[in-house]
Design a protein around this ligand. Structure first.
Ligand SMILES: Cc1ncc(COP(=O)(O)O)c(C=O)c1O
Length: 239
C-alpha cells in the first residue's frame, strides 16, 4: 500500500517497479490526496486499486463518514462490491464471503455530488494558501518539500521546527493567537502497539525525528486571506 500522504503522491514509478519485481498487488491509499496529480495525471490510476476517504477533514469531505474504491480491474470491482455488502453474491441472500457494511449512505453521496462541483476551485484555493504559507514561513520553519512534477491536494500543511522544544513554543504561540495546530503524527507506525508483534524493534531514526518536530497548520478552502496572514504572523512571532 502506497500512501499519498498529506496530499502529495507517493513515489509511484518506484513502487510499481518493486511490486512488479516481487509479484505484489499494489494499492493506493489516496485518502488525503484525492484531487492531487502526478506527471499531469490525477491520482487514482497509480495502482490496481485506489482507496478514498470522504471523512469531513479530507479534501473532498462529506458531512459524515464515507469512502470509495477506484479500480479498472473488473474482478476486483466485483470483489469490492461484494465485500461492501456483507459478502453478497449474485443475489442479496447469497453470501460468498465474510464481508462488511461499507455502503456509502445516500445523504453523504448527495453532499459529495454537490461538493464535487466546487472541488476544483477548492483545490486551487488550497494551493494558493500553501504558496502564501511557503512564502511567509520559509526561514522561520522548514516548509513542506514538494514531490517533483506533482500537484498536492493539501489535506495537511505540515512544517518542521528545529526540535521538540521549538515545536512546543510554536504551538503555544499559535494558541495564544487563537490559531489551532495539530501534530500529524505524534507516533510513527513502528512504535504503535498494534504493530509490535510484527516489528523487530529496529529504530527508524528519520521517522522518529520527524514525529518529534512536525506541526500541521490550518489549511482549508474557507480560510480568508486575512486569516492566512494571521497564521503567518503568528508563526513569525509578530503581532
Ligand atoms: C492516509 C489515510 N488513510 C486512511 C484513512 C482512513 O480513512 P477513513 O477514516 O475514512 O476510513 C485516513 C483518514 O484518517 C488517512 O488519512
Amino acid at each position: 500500500i502506497g500512501v499519498d500522504r498529506f496530499g502529495q503522491p507517493a513515489p509511484w514509478p518506484a513502487l510499481r517497479t518493486i511490486a512488479a519485481h516481487e509479484g505484489l498487488f499494489l494499492m493506493d491509499d489516496c485518502a488525503q490526496s484525492f484531487g492531487g496529480a502526478l506527471s499531469g495525471r490525477k491520482l487514482g490510476r497509480e495502482a490496481t486499486a485506489t482507496t478514498l476517504s470522504f471523512f469531513p477533514s479530507k479534501p473532498l469531505g462529506a458531512y459524515g463518514d464515507g469512502g470509495a474504491i477506484l479500480t479498472d480491474d473488473p474482478d476486483r470491482a466485483e470483489l469490492y462490491r461484494s465485500l461492501r455488502t456483507h459478502g453478497e453474491g449474485r443475489t442479496r441472500y447469497e453470501v460468498l464471503r465474510t464481508g462488511m457494511n461499507g455502503r456509502l449512505d445516500t445523504l453523504q453521496a448527495a453532499v459529495l455530488l454537490a461538493k464535487l462541483e466546487g472541488f476544483d476551485a477548492e483545490l486551487a484555493r488550497r494551493e494558493a494558501i500553501a504558496r502564501a504559507y511557503d512564502a511567509g514561513l520559509a526561514g522561520h520553519v522548514a516548509i513542506p518539500a514538494r514531490v517533483p512534477d506533482s500537484a498536492s491536494a493539501w489535506a495537511v500543511y505540515a512544517v518542521l521546527t528545529e526540535d521538540t522544544r521549538a515545536r512546543e513554543a510554536l504551538q503555544a504561540r499559535l494558541q495564544g493567537h487563537g490559531v489551532p495546530s495539530a501534530i500529524y503524527y505524534p507516533r510513527p507506525l513502528h512504535l504503535q502497539p498494534a504493530y509490535q508483534p510484527h516489528h523487530d524493534g529496529a529504530r527508524l531514526p528519520v521517522a522518529e525525528d520527524l514525529a518529534s518536530r512536525i506541526l500541521a497548520l490550518p489549511i482549508h478552502p474557507e480560510l480568508t486571506d486575512g486569516e492566512v496572514a494571521r497564521v503567518i504572523a503568528a508563526v513569525q512571532g509578530q503581532g
